[in-house]
Ligand binder design. Sequence first.
Ligand code: PMV
Length: 334
Amino acid sequence: MTDAVLALIGQAMQHAGEVRSFSAYAPSNIALSKYWGKRDRALNLPLNSSLSISLAEWGSHTTVELSQSGSDQVLLDGQPLPPTSGFARKALAFADLFRGGRDVPLLISTRNTIPTAAGLASSASGFAALTRALCGSFGLDLQAQDMSLIARLGSGSATRSLWHGFVRWDKGMRDDGGDSHGGPLDLAWPEFRIAIVEVDTGPKLHSSRDGMNHTVDTSPLFSNWPEMAERDCQIIEQAILEKNFETLGQTAEANALAMHATMQAARPALTYLTDQSWVILQRLWQVRKDGLAAYATMDAGANIKLVFLKEAEADVLQAFPDARVISPFDWPNA
Ligand code: PMV
């Protein structure tokens, strides 16, 4: 595997200093135009570009430092994890990219500010914050764009979590992944809102990684996806630049439903949406008929995310009293 990330870290390491304690934050993000399907499974290279909105104060705080005990330690929300736990193994394997075979015992401590009840995966913010913390800890002076390339190896959606606001992940063309990274859209939309309508907060039956690969491998509908998703991504980017909320909302909702349709056609079928998800979608479509400008998007889970503008917030909360509203631009420099 010729891997642009390892080359990048290797080069940066030549100027690295002593390992020191370093803390970093990264926000979670929700894709308005989805990443679904990889052209390279080891490097998490996507078949199509995607575009997301970051979730401001909902994210991960991570500290990396030398472990005084002499062996690796991983803490999640203050609790030490057994080294065999899935989270610890993934975090330490990721840290190995930086250790490059050297014996550097690390203490990695992560605290998530995403309410557990929101049922959102924390892998996007988790790997982005870990990338930032590892770079800082090992003294690597990298641009956010380069850190985005590194975060991509942890989880595809982490590629977009290095910035606040709207972020586009360009799929890139190169086999080594060197041009497949995120970048911020240079625009603030302070009235933009996203809300999470919680359906199910339990662990999911299929990881997004497995669901994605199964869909690519078996769904006869998947062949339509990459081109359509690329077009949706362009339409949504343009709609954001023009602050055309209706086009943004319609395209984002259609894009998410099309992604879920590719899964339903997989063999055997795969679905993350539950009866309750569909009840919420039906309610949304009803209130939209009555004039509410809100649209839905759904990921590899049962929860529904709503996008709308500030002027619709009171009506959204009336229709969905449990919705948790996030103001993505209510953040310094977002
Ligand atoms: O990179 P992962 O494994 O978190 O996959 C993300 C997949 C979706 O959330 C469904 C879509 C997306 O673009 O975030």
